[in-house]
Write a protein that binds this ligand. Structure first.
Ligand code: GLN
Length: 387
């Protein structure tokens, strides 16, 4: 009787981020581990979703997305980035950017193809690349500003490079790739005939002078960029699982085929509500970023008070901390101590690196939480013995 799982799942573990949520629940810890808001989604979205169900939008939408949502996506990219998209040939609605990324990789990478990933990385990219049969090559981002060495990036491109994944604003570091950095990546993609997969899920969450630039707006990149995004972070609906992939007409059919057989489609009534969300006025996005800016300041000042050295993010809603000097051991030990003794959950840095030792000096907190939740986390963290 076969009792072993397939060999393809052996090289990776379940998500450490989601495991931290389970541990937080078990120990009644404040969850600053998994990045999802604990405040309500906007009322008009909730009402639109309920209305869609009452209006009997409860059967499969078109596999690659309800026309109303694909049109709203096209309208939003035109409004925000002056990019004209064809909703029929370039946009695929998927079940969150998690599905968007893996469906894209399965659609474009042949076994043995090389995929370049900046390290530290969002934990999904490793298993995504592995499941698509691709080989990963890493380029290091260096603290405190998480810059990369252009020469190291240049060396990572080889004749086998199929794509590079660029996540900006970046999880876990909060780095927002500058236009110069994106231009260098774009030039290398063109020189090596490689694709660029972008995870732009935090596009509207940037601070100070940092601005998000979609890779597909750079010269020569429209035809070689696959953009992955979702409603999750922008509209505070991480449980809806509605995302989208924008890809050139030559690649969209491949991504749609994978998407079709993986999931058939994203939840139909939620796609309907999504059409309304993507048409929200500019003010919504200004408020979103302002709210997160305030929360960032709040968590930074808590960490400062507790002598936990933090690296201020330029975007997204995470803070990487350097915990080596705390005398509490490895990242795993620090996180265990924080959950069990202090009552606050964070994510061990090693879950963002290919070699656990490289991530061991770091832990990641998220601040996409109610002010009350952050205050409570602060009260608990202040109980840590001072060193
Ligand atoms: N993106 C979020 C994080 O990094 C949530 C990840 C997830 O569980 N899908 O915490």
């Amino acid at each position: 009787m076969p009792v072993n799982p397939a060999a393809r799942v052996a090289p990776f573990t379940e998500s450490v981020i989601r495991e931290m949520t389970r541990l937080a629940l078990r120990h009644n810890a404040v969850n600053l581990a998994q990045g999802f808001p604990d405040f309500p989604a906007p009322d008009e979205l909730k009402e639109a979703a309920c209305r869609a169900i009452q209006d009997d939008i409860n059967q499969y939408a078109i596999t690659w997305g309800a026309p109303a949502l694909r049109q709203a996506i096209a309208a939003k990219y035109l409004r925000h980035y002056q990019v004209e998209l064809d909703p029929d040939a370039e946009i695929t609605v998927v079940c969150g950017s998690t599905e968007g990324m893996i469906a894209s990789l399965l659609g474009i990478a042949d076994p043995g193809a090389e995929i370049i990933i900046f390290e530290p990385w969002y934990e999904n990219y490793g298993p995504d690349a592995h499941l698509s049969g691709a080989v990963r090559r890493y380029v290091r981002l260096h603290p405190p500003d998480w810059s990369f060495d252009p020469e190291e990036l240049r060396r990572a491109f080889t004749p086998s490079t199929r794509a590079i994944i660029v996540n900006s604003p970046h999880n876990p570091t909060g780095k927002v790739f500058s236009l110069d950095e994106l231009s260098l990546i774009a030039a290398l993609c063109q020189e090596h005939d490689a694709l660029c997969l972008t995870d732009e899920i935090y596009e509207h969450i940037t601070y100070d002078d940092h601005r998000h630039h979609p890779m597909l707006t750079l010269p020569g990149m429209r035809e070689r960029t696959i953009l992955v995004n979702s409603m999750s972070k922008t509209y505070s609906v991480t449980g809806w699982r509605v995302g989208w992939v924008i890809a050139p007409p030559s690649l969209t059919p491949a991504i749609r085929k994978v998407h079709d057989f993986l999931t058939v489609g994203a939840a139909a009534p939620l796609q309907q509500a999504g059409a309304l969300a993507l048409a929200l006025p500019d003010e919504y996005y200004v408020q979103l970023a302002a709210g997160y800016h305030e929360r960032r300041e709040m968590l930074l000042s808590i960490l400062d008070e507790c002598n936990i050295p933090a690296l201020a993010p330029a975007g997204a809603y995470y803070i990487m901390c350097e915990t080596r000097g705390l005398g509490l051991g490895t990242d795993i030990e620090v996180c265990r101590y924080l959950i069990e003794e202090i009552g606050v959950a964070a994510v061990p840095g090693s879950s963002f690196f290919s070699r656990p030792a490289d991530g061991s000096p770091f832990i990641r907190f998220c601040f996409c939480k109610r002010y009350e939740t952050l205050k409570q986390a602060g009260a608990r963290l202040r109980r840590m013995p001072r060193r």
